[in-house]
Design a protein around this ligand. Structure first.
Ligand SMILES: [Zn+2]
Length: 91
């Protein structure tokens, strides 16, 4: 999982620092994402930025496909839930 220094590590979507875990998602390094999403590999994002991102659905599709062919647990699949919010799948 990506290293996160609260208030320092920038969001991979907006570039602003991610301050706290109330608006936070972290991604491990898969190394198999398409070039358009490589900047999200091993990154931290504001959950609100990812959820409102115009490329959200395409990224979620590619992330989940990359996870499927990795050794990561099924809980690392992303889901788009109500209001477009993106979160990890719960067990
Ligand atoms: Zn952001």
């Amino acid at each position: 999982m990506a290293m996160w220094d609260p208030g320092v590590t920038p969001c991979a979507v907006c570039g602003k620092p991610v301050m706290d875990k109330s608006d936070f998602l972290a991604f491990t390094c898969l190394g198999t994402l398409p070039q358009a999403y490589e900047h999200l590999d091993d990154s931290v994002v504001h959950q609100s930025c990812l959820s409102g991102w115009e490329q959200r659905d395409d990224f979620v599709k590619h992330w989940n496909m990359a996870v499927r062919y990795s050794s990561l647990a099924p809980e690392t699949h992303l889901l788009r839930v109500e209001n477009g919010r993106v979160e990890y799948r719960r067990k």
